[in-house]
Design a protein around this ligand. Sequence first.
Ligand code: E4P
Length: 220
Amino acid sequence: MKFFLDTADIAEIREAAALGVLDGVTTNPSLVAKTGRGFLEVLAEICELVSGPVSAEVVATDLEGILREGRFLAKVASNIVVKIPLITDGLKATRVFRDEGIKTNVTLCFSPLQALLAAKAGATYISPFIGRLDDISHQGMALVEEIRAIYDNYAELETQILVASIRHPLHVRDAALAGADVATVPFPVFDKIIKHPLTDIGLAKFLKDFEKVPGGLGIS
Ligand code: E4P
């Protein structure tokens, strides 16, 4: 499973990229607004830091507007993926972009049939929002499992499942178990995945015990 970072914060991206396990980045209008910076400026900086796919979302909701914005964003860098809301004109635009060779991430997916339509339209990625479903007492991960089962039934569907709206490490584990292609993870969750109290306790004991070894590691 690939790991994307769900943020527009350059410091977070820099830190995650330094780990060597970062495959890409997803942004959305809310995340960009949080930075207080201009969209294009932030986007160009992210694309310089990360060689993998970087999702940049359109804000138009009509076909002509989505096509205009998507084509514009796709020119910012060669690794831009145009993020499109799962609405009627968004699906139409997804097909046009597929034919033009522009990669797409169809976002705000909350049902398996929406995901099937996005795949038939030629989306590169589909983004089921699992945390927001959990928030309203629905099983977010069940959506991922259903999409996986449907896509696996039809070999011609090549869309990758990008699990979004992740809130905690168990979401990431369950996404991997469900066979998701990508999990886009907020930085605080990324950090929590690395850490385990037993790792810290075990390491402290190893280091303490090693103090008794005569000559230590032997490096002068
Ligand atoms: C995905 O691409 C979205 O940017 C994001 O995962 C939404 O997460 P939220 O529900 O925590 O806002």
